[in-house]
Design a protein around this ligand. Structure first.
Ligand code: SAH
Length: 237
């Protein structure tokens, strides 16, 4: 598709014909099943390319430029696979865990991963508050991704427990990024994070440029975090 090609050219992300074909399949699945299952409000292929493919690939570009891309990665609250799956298509070597609470979305993810024949992707149904206490996942990831899941102060508690020391949480934020960053000070101190970059993402013209917030894990997260399901958002740190 035309828009996707221009996006990857501008971002200098080389994609083979089979990778482009994988995006075509993913787009088709989203249009077909997406709206029905409440996976995405977007039906227009160009809007999908911009928001669901372009933005994650811009995130990949920014992480590469910052020297922060790493494997394994976990995408927390991935929904229909964003931003994790487009990044996986572009970087087949990435080991990726997709974490999502909702069963309908999990079914879509499993089907799509199978259809795209992606290796090294683990799909987990669960809540971050619980899975983050599983030793198989705690402090196990070089990179945590999350988009549109929670305000930064809440996300820090949900995501940093998954991150290895020295690894990062990377999350695109809208125009409220500076305020979210200020409000996250206590959560960052409690969970061992430090904001190391806030950079505008190079998204296709027309959309407001999101800000990528990169949080590095600089100290271990105490075992009591994240707190029980629902508490991080009801009583933010
Ligand atoms: N990241 C996707 C979806 C955003 S909607 C995108 O950008 O398109 C937020 C998603 O996070 C929903 O699918 C919701 O089920 C999931 N979610 C919210 N809180 C969660 C939690 N604590 N653990 C796991 N998934 C969660």
């Amino acid at each position: 598709m035309h828009l996707l090609r221009s996006v990857v050219n501008r971002l200098r992300i080389p994609l083979s014909p089979s990778q482009i074909a994988a995006f075509d399949v993913y787009r088709r699945e989203l249009v077909a099943a997406g709206a029905r299952a409440g996976l995405t409000a977007l039906r227009d292929p160009e809007a999908i390319d911009r928001r669901h493919f372009g933005e994650p690939l811009a995130l990949l570009r920014a992480l590469d430029d910052a020297g922060c891309f790493g494997s394994p990665a976990i995408d927390i609250g991935t929904g229909a696979g964003f931003p994790g799956l487009p990044i996986k298509i572009a970087r087949p070597d990435l080991r990726l865990t997709l974490l999502e609470a909702t069963g309908k979305k999990i079914a879509f993810l499993r089907r799509t991963v199978e259809l795209l024949r992606l290796d090294g992707v683990t799909v987990i149904q669960g809540r971050a508050e619980e899975i983050a206490h599983d030793p198989a996942h705690r402090a196990a990831y070089a990179l945590a991704l999350a988009r549109a899941v929670a305000p930064l102060r809440v996300l820090v508690e949900l995501a940093l427990p998954f991150v290895q020391m020295g690894g990062v949480l990377a999350t695109p934020k809208g125009s409220a990024a500076p305020r979210e960053a200020r409000e996250a000070a206590a959560a960052l101190a409690a969970c061992g994070g430090r904001i190391v970059a806030m950079t505008p993402l190079e998204v296709p013209a027309g959309a407001p440029a999101p800000t990528l917030v990169i949080v590095r894990k600089v100290a271990p997260t105490p075992d009591r975090y994240p707190r029980r399901v629902g508490i991080p958002s009801r009583r933010p740190l």
